[in-house]
Design a protein around this ligand. Sequence first.
Ligand SMILES: *Cc1c(COP(=O)(O)O)cnc(C)c1O
Length: 363
Amino acid sequence: MTVDLDAVAENWRTLARHAPGAECAAVVKADAYGLGASEVGPALSRAGCRVFFVASPREGIELRQSLGEAPAEILVLDGEVEGESERYDRHALTPVLGTLEGVAIWSRHARDRGGRRAALMLDTGMTRLGLGASDTATLSAEPDRLSAIDLAYAMSHLACADTPAHPLNARQKAAFDDMRARLPAAPASFANSAGIFLGPDFHYGTVRPGAALYGLSVVSGRRNGMRRVVRLQARILQTRFVDSETPVGYGADRLIAAGSTLATIAMGYADGLPRALGDSGSGRIAGRPVPLVGRVSMDLATLDVTGIAPDLVRPGRAVDLIGDGHDADALAAEAGTIGYEILARIGGRVRRVYRGGGNGTRE
Ligand SMILES: *Cc1c(COP(=O)(O)O)cnc(C)c1O
């Protein structure tokens, strides 16, 4: 897997330009969507990013370590603060609180010994994480519950931003404005990548793109002008000419016609190549599509490379699974999933090579 850090930085600048009045943060949860937060984080920091979102305190600690002394606010989306206050303080992490219990724990902590900054996640219609309407009513009726906390952001998250015409977008925005009006004033953050493309009404003070930074397209049916960041290649281990019809792979349920050439690659579902790609996915060799045939195994998969120049399919040569003309979204479509899942599941066994980011090429 090759990760182009200059492309990540350029995508961040492009997104910032799409939301001119707002600060552009970066969501680097799940190890920067599988790309490697300890490389992506510093590259974004060098590009000027100062606000980062991670999923858990542990991800926050790792990110803080990789950012070193660089100025950065790191916000933890899972909002779990019970028993975690010391870790938040020690690594200068900011929790995103989504329950009244969390607010109470953090308030107590703030009164006892510092650690006052926190964001609030408001549930405006996604029904996943966040304070609901009755919770914000409670906070508004009992202002003491928040008085010790320095509010970094009032946030909410859009469920359908990838579908601009979806009526829930406007309903969530109205609910967000209504809930914020009941709470102490705080900077607002609402838009994920797709939310940025809903236009200025959705930008507020800080936008929070993740997927678009990594080159994924985020609005259904539309390219978003981001640069491709990831190339995923697998090595050919063995190539064979099929001289009589033969089954291939587990289950022996896919028959290969005589006269075909097959190549077996060193990549399987343990590396994040979805098993659902068996008989439906494809790779590229020198830009030409080569279909995956038979079932994807744990460490191996087989491609029909009939008609490709023999020199290009020798053992040791590479097949592109994600690359130009066949990006993560295209591979995802073949597997019946989304590009987010493809990137986030690329396995730990896959060697990461980083390009750019001011540091040359390294692993
Ligand atoms: C993951 C996430 C984002 C980023 O979403 P993208 O669609 O990847 O841009 C933003 N905000 C929250 C709360 C998230 O969980």
